[in-house]
Design a protein around this ligand. Sequence first.
Ligand code: PMT
Length: 395
Amino acid sequence: MLQDKTILVGITGSVAAYKAVDLIRRLRDAGATVRAIMTSSAERFITPLSVALACGEPALTSLFDQPFSHIDLPAKADVLVVAPATANILGKFANGIADDLLSTSYLVFRGPLVVAPAMNWRMYEHPAVKKNLATLLAQGASLVDPQRGTLACGEEGVGKMADVDAVIEGIRIALAPKDLAGERVLITAGPTREPIDPVRFLSNRSSGKMGYELARVARRRGAHVTLISGPTALPSPSGVTTVRVETALEMYTAVKERAGGATIAIMAAAVADFCASEQRTVKAEKQDMSLLQLDRTPDILAAIGALENKPFTVGFAAETGFRIDRAERKMVDKRADMMVFNDVLQEGSGFDTDTNVVTIISREDGGVLRKEHLPLMSKEAVASAIFDSILAHKG
Ligand code: PMT
C-alpha cells in the first residue's frame, strides 16, 4: 500500500522527534518516497542532517530555503503526516495560521492528514488543544492516539507519541479506499485450545496471522470490525474490537452473540474439531491418557450459514494437498457464500507464515462455483483480494 506513495513528514519540536527518523526509514523500506519538513523547534531535538540521511533528500526547514517549496512539496504528496505533532502545530493547523514552511504547506495540501501528538499530559487535556484536535478531526484528519507513560518531564500521563508501527498503520488507514464503510465485519482468527487437564490441551499450529490481517485490512477500508481471537501472541489490531477466547465453545458463543449485527462474517480460525469429553481437575496419569474420550466441537461456520438473515459468510478450508473438491464440499455443506482454500503443505502457505497461497471459491449467478487461483502473496495482500472478491459478489 505504501509502495510508490509520496509521504510528506512534518517534524515538530518534541523529545519524540527522534522517532521520526525511524518512521522515515520504515516508510522508505516499504517503498515510499519521503520528503520532510522540520520546524525550527524540531531542529533543537534532531538535526536536519539525520533527517536528510533517512529521507535521501534534504530536510527543509524554512519557507525561504527553496522558492515555492510550500507549493511543490504538498502538490506531490499523497499524505501529510506530522509526527510528533506539538500543541502549537495543532493550533496553527486548526486556525489557519501559516507562519512557517510546515503550517503553510498544510494550507496548500489537499490530501489526508495524519497527526501523532506528543506533549505533556496537562497540555493534551487542555480544552484549547482538545478543541483544535476536534476541529482537525471534523475536517477529516486521522489521529494516532498518544500513549500513557512516563513523559519527558518525568510525569506519568497520556502524551507520549505513539510508536512508529501505530503511526504507519495510521498512514495506511488514511491512504486506503473506504469501500467497506458501513460494513460490520465479524472475523475469527487463531487456534482454539481444548483443555484435557490443568496442564494439557488439544490445539493446532494456527498463529492468527491470516485472521488478524483480514481485520486490519477491513478496518483500513472503513469497516467496523470485531475480531474473535483464539490464543495468539499477536497484539490487537488498532481500531478493532478484539474479543479473546480459548475454546471452540467460547468462540462459538462469542460469534453467535455478534453474528446478528454483522454484514460480513469471515471464519479464518482453525477451530479444533474435537474437545475432551471430560475435563479433569487434576493432572491425568500417563496411563489414563489412552482412555481419552473426544467429543465434536460446535461448527461455528455451519451455525452462521444456517442463520435466517445470515451475513455474507466466508469460510476457510485448510487442506493437506490440492483438495479443492473438499473445500467446495465444505462450502456447500456449511452454506457459506465463499470459501478460501489453502493447501497448508505448500511452501509459503497456511499456518504461521507471513504469506499464503489461496484459491477463492465463489458462486456465480445460477449457483455455478467459480475459482480464482491467487499466487504466493503476503497475508495482507490475500486479505485485500478476499475483500475485493466479497465486494464483487455481495451485491
Ligand atoms: O493463523 P495462521 O497461522 O495465519 O494460519 C492461517 C490458517 C491456515 C489457519 C487459515 O488460512 C485457515 O485455513 N483457516 C481455517 C482452518 C480450518 O480450520 O479449516 P477447516 O477446513 O478445518 O474448517 C473449515 C471452516 O470451518 C473454517 O472456516 C473453520 O473456521 C470452520 N470451522 C471448523 C470447525 C469448527 N468446529 N467450526 C468452524 O467454524
